[in-house]
Design a protein around this ligand. Sequence first.
Ligand code: PSV
Ligand code: MN
Length: 424
Amino acid sequence: MQIAQEQIQAHNQAQQAAHQRKIDFIAAENANIESIIEKLVAFQVAIPSWALGTGGTRFGRFSGGGEPRNLEEKIEDIGVLHQLNQSSGAISLHIPWDIPENPEAIKALAAQKGLRFDAMNSNTFQDQKNQEHSYKFGSLQHVNKAVRQQAIDHNLEVIKQGIALGSDSLTVWLSDGSCFPGQLNFREAFQNTLESLKVIYAALPANWKMYIEYKAFEPNFYSMTVGDWGQSYLFASKLGPQAYTLVDLGHHLPNANIEQIVSLLLMEEKLAGFHFNDSKYGDDDLTVGSINPYQLFLIFNELVEGMDARGMNHAKDLGWMIDASHNVKDPLEDLLQSVEAIMNAYAQALLVDKASLVAAQQSNDVAKAQEVLQQAYRTDTRAIVAEARLRSGGALKPLELYRNLAVREQLIKERGAQTVATGL
Ligand code: PSV
Ligand code: MN
């Protein structure tokens, strides 16, 4: 399925006058609007291949219909998202949920939709059919060397597949850990994991990065072997300069100060990138910005500040990915909302009056510092984000157009009401 360019243009024309009033208003208030728009145009968020179906909870899964039945259809879906917002120009694959049987053809299809392959994700947290050893008691940490080797081999295979697709990074998320005190020797689990990661690290092409993702709990509930940013940082620093920490917003204990974590990892040149989502309690997989948009803004504020301090390219030097897949929304609508929330938080962070913030910090003017941040946060940046989309050929109101064009209904017609995408 593909949206005709004329449909996007017709939609934009109908919205143009109202949009122009809004963008003129913001431009009159903020001098640097043009440079913000340029940055927004360049900024792309990778869509995870596992988020295109309706995600499940432990208790059930309710398919919304028209879900992609294979990798080609997933790429098609992301192509539709990208047509609408021009900010979803990358896909992150999870192996073996999505195995590119014919990498050249898959690569060509993605390129035709304007998509590139972002980080590859390995999976040693589930047993696959015909797998020799079980990961019930961990993978890279396992007490049995043969299990560790199997998990290492899987990661090596994922790197190979990534090379064929033109990806340049591997995300390793491990569910390894323990559920009960005494189950595991923490040091041994760490060392086993480190030794295993070293073998994988050694197989990385020179231009590749390894992202080590941490998670506080789940599925293990007593200890996680990569449980927080400190542990991830330890692994990353012991491995070497191609290894980094990946921050998934849903993987912290309640009230963690994620923006501070981000700031320090950036300072240490060990921040790889993000898995964006939102949460109220744990790893809730909720739409980005749906629960705590202020936190999202504060994270972007640290990102912009820290990246600028090191002269980094906002669009290219970190990996920006969504990792959320919920049960009750149309996945494509959910993803449109997530990308929109990310773009707005980024735009708001770009609006922060840096000189005033620094002056307030240096004079311990706490109230002024808060005013500066909230001035940016409370600016309605939606028209700026829409203008960036317009200039890139996207839709002024992606979600509205998605509904007006009845995209989901068409997908159900094409694919059927009972399809279930691979993934969680
Ligand atoms: C684990 O909770 C995680 O955040 C990892 O990134 C996985 O790859 C992904 O979710 C899907 O299970
Ligand atoms: Mn994640």
